[in-house]
Design a protein around this ligand. Structure first.
Ligand code: PLP
Length: 345
């Protein structure tokens, strides 16, 4: 199947499975797993941060960071469509009694700084205390500019706020921008990275920060049930991805651009910008379910909706992209009359 629904659907390659099988392991809750230690150290060094505990998921590492930065009754500022606010089951509220202050995004995915500033509450006892600014890079496949993150993190720090970066796809930003991981982490007090997206590992996130932050994050990880035992087999998969699958993200970006170009030739499909491996397209609503079924018969999985997200990743080749474009073209050729009728043409 050619699965465009997400870049989480990648499966471990044979070489990754071999690295997993070979990995020396120990009990990581006791700090004894050499593969986990090696992986954590490799990423911390590359990010220019002190330490980086290994987490089962970004949906655990993000709230762990919030729990360190904020106390009960505190507040964090995040984007209205950020994963940390919208896609984690309200973890910060459920687990930490931490309130979000969501901010509308600008079209480029950034949070307008005047709105961030307006969202920061003063010392008035009526308000929750604003403690943290959380950004996301990439956001919906878009890379935040270095100038923006520098200004945003400086603004937060000026107001005594900590800064967290949800970098689930930060390596895509590294490859797309040509800047280093350390440069993209600059200005952030904590950073969460995912290895289970386009990097192709089956499981795994890291939470980066300084020593004092990490000590508390490790404690929260245990509380949240994220202390794992012989987990070196998973860290080894992530380490393999770090060493072998970062540069190749550029291929995914080229494939997404190719997909955008091909779909751009189809009148019924609206193509919206794409910086990295994520493409947003608009489709005629009346055709979504029929298109989805038509493509599924041709081995293509896509969650067709009026606004549809399509992702390229490790398991999608250039040939697959051409097959997808041909499939969507074929559907609209076969159904042109219905589209014309619907449009009143
Ligand atoms: C995927 C993702 C996460 C974490 O997801 P998990 O599947 O729990 O690892 C966090 N933030 C963003 C932006 C993501 O895309």
């Amino acid at each position: 199947m050619i699965d465009l629904r997400s870049d989480t659907v990648t499966r471990p390659t044979p070489a990754m499975r071999e690295a997993m099988a070979r990995a020396p392991v120990g009990d990581d809750v006791w700090g004894d797993d050499p593969s986990v230690a090696a992986f954590e150290a490799a990423v911390a060094e590359r990010a220019g941060m002190a330490a980086a505990p290994f987490f089962p998921s970004g949906t655990q590492s993000n709230p762990a960071a919030l729990l360190v930065h904020c106390q009960r009754g505190d507040e964090y500022i995040a984007g209205q469509f950020s994963h940390i606010y919208r896609d984690e089951g309200g973890g910060a509220a459920v687990l930490g009694s931490i309130q979000p202050q969501p901010i509308e995004h600008d079209p480029d995915g950034s949070l307008p700084l005047e709105r961030v500033q307006a969202g920061i509450k003063g010392a008035d006892i009526h308000h929750a205390s604003t403690r943290l600014l959380a950004l996301e890079n990439t956001f919906r496949g878009k890379v935040l500019s270095e100038a923006y993150t520098r200004r945003a993190t400086a603004l937060a720090h000026e107001h005594g706020l900590a800064t967290h970066l949800d970098g689930a796809r930060l390596f895509n930003a590294v490859v797309a921008s040509g800047r280093s991981l350390a440069e993209l982490c600059q200005g952030f007090d904590s950073v969460s990275l995912c290895f289970s997206k386009g990097l192709g590992a089956p499981v795994g996130s890291l939470l980066l920060g300084d020593e004092a932050f990490i000590l508390r994050a490790r404690r929260w990880r245990k509380t949240l049930g994220g202390g794992m035992r012989q987990v070196g087999i998973l860290a080894a998969a992530c380490h393999h991805a770090l060493e072998n699958h970062v540069e190749r993200l550029g291929e995914d970006h080229r494939h997404a651009a190719l997909l955008a170009e091909g779909l751009g030739e189809i009148d019924e499909v609206g193509v919206h910008g794409c910086d990295t491996n994520m493409l947003f397209v608009t489709l005629p609503e009346a055709h979504c379910s029929a298109l989805e079924a038509f493509l599924a018969e041709r081995g293509i999985l896509m969650a067709a909706a009026p606004v549809t997200r399509m992702l390229t990743h490790l398991d999608i080749s250039e040939q697959d992209v051409r097959h997808v474009v041909a499939g969507i073209k074929a559907y609209f050729v076969a159904n042109a009359a219905r589209v014309d009728a619907r449009l009143g043409g």
